[in-house]
Design a binder for this molecule. Structure first.
Ligand code: GMT
Length: 384
């Protein structure tokens, strides 16, 4: 198949999923064309089936807001036409699904029918998409997609609840490449960070309000009162300075380190004992899956799709959003040296169920289904 992938090329979960999916499809022999405004951060290997098309937005003094969506739609038109793509797969509804709709209509006038698959990742539905300023466009472009997937049952339910959706939504969960994301021998690193055998707790996120980074600091503060421990926070975003101030005010600054954005998160996860994810909302929780793949149990909230990933009392524990006390109790239980090895083993076992080798075929089968359906609807005389 010749597939065009549109995504946010940043560190965010949807960009990671889209990029890893494209890389895996290319390895399987499909031709994959990324269409984004900059090189996706994990598009880091050479493969003869991988292509990258940059969307350039020309500025003009009249534009207070550069029209990215139009530039994206135009680029999709040219890539579909010139590279003879079979299908467009857009990740994150806003503005990718609506730009794809526009590209599809333009291509129709050229006698080309291009099916569009939209994958919903979470905040495009749960936070931004619902807002009145976007809702009509999100509803329309989901309904006009030839196929729609969501990363969890919970997100699917929420999409039906929040929008008037007339299409089927296929659930295809996030995945992990266990060949890449696995525990590595990094004992020297652990010794440097935890010289006295302290427990190492890790959080990674984009530090947005929805991640409740304040709860991470509070839970850690409680743990730190009970056992020798260190906290590493990876990533960056608007709430980082709030968390830094909190750590200083609680006088735990020496035990807490902010590492900023890191490429090789798996190297840090390799030496971690526990991962904290107290999010307000989490449609799947890819960062928790990455931790589990490195044999790190997870203390999380029980929101969104997290109960579809975590096994309560097995891979870690889930608590109500904001229940810092319960999270602390559970964290101390998991970190107990009599319990930790079993939790680590179970976290890895669960992560294996989400290995890319299990999930990639779901996408391939879904594409085939959409292409078959599109072939029936393709107008007589169309070019593809
Ligand atoms: O978590 C974020 O803020 C980033 C966001 C994104 O769109 O990149 O992540 C969402 O998509 C990920 C990949 O499907 C999911 O694993 C995350 O749970 C989801 N985040 C939220 O729902 C808050």
């Amino acid at each position: 198949m010749k597939i065009g992938i549109v995504c946010y090329p940043t560190f965010g979960g949807s960009g990671v999923v889209a990029t890893e999916l494209g890389k895996a499809l290319a390895k399987e022999g499909h031709e994959v064309h990324f269409i984004t405004y900059s090189q996706p951060s994990r598009l880091d290997f050479l493969n003869e089936n991988l292509f990258y098309h940059e969307v350039g937005v020309r500025s003009y003094p009249l534009f207070e807001y550069p029209p990215y969506e139009l530039a994206l739609a135009s680029k999709m038109v040219s890539v579909v036409k010139n590279e003879k793509l079979d299908l467009l797969h857009v990740h994150y509804a806003i503005p990718h699904a609506s730009a794809a709709y526009m590209a599809k209509q333009i291509l129709k006038t050229h006698g080309i029918y291009i099916p569009v698959v939209t994958t919903l990742h979470g905040t495009d539905i749960t936070l931004v998409g619902k807002d009145a300023s976007y809702e009509p466009v999100v509803t329309f472009s989901i309904n006009e997609s030839d196929g729609v997937t969501s990363v969890s049952e919970d997100l699917k339910k929420e999409t039906y609840h929040s929008f008037k959706i007339t299409r089927d939504i296929e659930v295809i969960p996030n995945f992990i490449d266990l060949e890449k994301f696995k525990k590595q021998k990094k004992d020297h690193f652990k010794k440097a960070i935890c010289p006295h055998g302290e427990s190492l707790i890790v959080h990674t996120s984009n530090f947005r309000k929805v991640k409740r980074v304040g709860d991470v600091v509070k839970v850690f503060n409680n743990i730190h009162k009970e056992i020798p421990s260190k906290l590493l926070l990876i990533g960056d975003g608007p709430e980082r300075s709030v968390a830094e101030t909190m750590a200083r005010d609680l006088a735990i600054g020496d035990a807490v380190r902010f590492l900023g954005k890191l490429e090789a998160v798996e190297e840090v996860l390799s030496v971690a004992d526990l991962f904290l994810m107290p999010s307000e909302k989490e449609s799947f929780g890819l960062a928790a899956l990455e931790a589990m793949a490195c044999e790190v149990p997870v203390i999380s909230s029980n929101t969104g799709g997290l109960p579809e990933l975590q096994l309560q009392g097995v891979t870690g524990f889930m608590s109500n959003v904001g229940d810092v006390e319960d999270m602390t109790r559970n964290a101390l239980f998991v970190l107990d040296k009599n319990n930790l090895p079993k939790f680590k083993e179970s976290a890895l076992a669960r992560a294996k169920e989400f290995d890319i080798s299990n999930i990639l075929p779901l996408y391939e089968r879904y594409y085939e289904k959409i292409l078959e359906k599109a072939a029936k609807h393709r107008p007589v005389g169309s070019l593809t």
